[in-house]
Design a binder for this molecule. Structure first.
Ligand code: ATP
Ligand code: MG
Length: 344
């Protein structure tokens, strides 16, 4: 395995893409990016739904608050996505399951549709659809860390627009090619965005800084653990300006990295440190339970959590073939902006 992949790397070195050729793709990918951005009305509708749901739950739990998280709040969401909502409340006595069942009952009696409590999921939720706006929504309970990692992603997005451009196109590619399904052993949208952040932190000169490596200006304490990082991102708006790589080239370089340069046998990518950590250091070298660590992406806050753990020996092959296909399409195909997103 190792020999084959280093051979592949060597072959590739000879024919590394010519930057000016690849940069010709930039206008085309920029217009795809623009077309994926959700219109302002959609954000407005989501906020209104959130407010009316909050009013409803406050009848049962006066102190409860609802927050958007995930792609509708981290600025990496495309049009017509489902929304992710987190309800926070002091639940000293009651179990999460009981709260979710009660919540489902309340929602159902208010005529929300397709209400379903999934109390046994890894993240237990209630699902619903609002018949007025047709927005589908998942509500989880007290998942405060998800709110913090949502803010981290949103803060990174504000530093350099190339992150949002790259992540939109990578997510669109992953959905089109069927490799954005944790259920089938491929990666979550959250994992892809972390891969994009890490990639832009690793450019030379760097396009993104390492917010968790800087002086903390934002600190939250959850279950007696502090989560902290520098969040005054408006002070960093020209951080990446010395690097003038455009989205066409970055997109190719992203796929080229995951196709031919990443060391799957030894390396863990880490946004927390803006670098690579060895699998050995994290003790992620062998399968433990269901965690196989075939592609390793460290969660920025739950550092024992590998977002690649859903990937198995079959899906790792599919993923790597898709990375190679994407890199090759961008480098050689006469019509890459169509071919890249071709349904699988
Ligand atoms: P989309 O719905 O557009 O595909 P998304 O950003 O909502 O994208 P998800 O991967 O469903 O994508 O993640 C939603 C949010 O849930 C993430 O932003 C993150 O806050 C949290 N999350 C998802 N997976 C994990 C995980 N494995 N560990 C920690 N938090 C996670
Ligand atoms: Mg989502």
């Amino acid at each position: 395995g190792l020999q084959v992949s280093s051979q592949r790397m060597r072959n590739r070195r000879k024919e590394i893409a010519c930057r000016s050729d690849i940069e010709r793709l930039t206008p085309c990918f920029l217009s795809i990016y623009e077309s994926l951005i959700p219109p302002d009305e959609e954000k407005e509708k989501q906020k209104q739904l959130l407010a009316s749901l909050e009013k409803l739950v406050n009848k049962e739990w006066p102190g409860a608050q609802l927050f958007l998280y995930g792609s509708c709040a981290n600025t990496f969401g495309v049009s017509n996505s489902d929304i992710d909502v987190c309800m926070t409340l002091d639940d000293a006595g009651t179990s999460k399951s009981d709260i979710l069942l009660k919540l489902a009952e309340i929602l159902e009696s208010d005529n929300l549709q397709n209400v379903q409590a999934l109390t046994r999921a890894r993240v237990p939720i209630v699902k619903l659809m609002d018949p007025v706006t047709k927005i589908s929504c998942d509500i989880c309970i007290n998942n405060v860390l998800a709110l913090v990692n949502t803010k981290l992603l949103r803060d990174y997005a504000q530093i350099d627009v190339r992150l949002r451009q790259l992540a939109f196109i990578v997510k669109h590619w992953a959905k089109s090619r069927g490799v954005n399904e944790t259920y089938h052993g491929t990666l979550s949208s959250y994992a892809y965005v972390l891969m994009c952040i890490h990639f832009l932190q690793s450019r030379r000169p760097a396009i993104l800084p390492c917010l968790q490596g800087m002086k903390a200006t934002y600190v939250v304490n959850i279950d007696s653990v502090d989560y902290a990082y520098f969040d005054r991102v408006e002070e960093l708006h020209d951080f990446g300006a010395v690097n003038n790589e455009s989205i066409g080239y970055l997109l190719w370089a992203f796929f080229d990295y995951w196709a031919y340069c990443h060391d799957y046998a030894n390396d863990v990518i880490s946004v927390r440190t803006a670098g690579i950590i060895s699998k050995r250091e994290k003790d992620w070298t062998r399968r433990i339970g269901n965690d196989r660590h075939l592609i390793c992406i460290e969660d920025p806050f739950e550092v024992n959590h590998d977002l690649g753990r859903v990937v198995d020996k079959y899906s790792i092959k599919i993923l790597r073939e898709e990375f190679e296909r994407a890199a090759d399409v961008l480098q050689y195909d006469p019509n890459p902006s169509v071919k890249l997103f071709e349904p699988y």
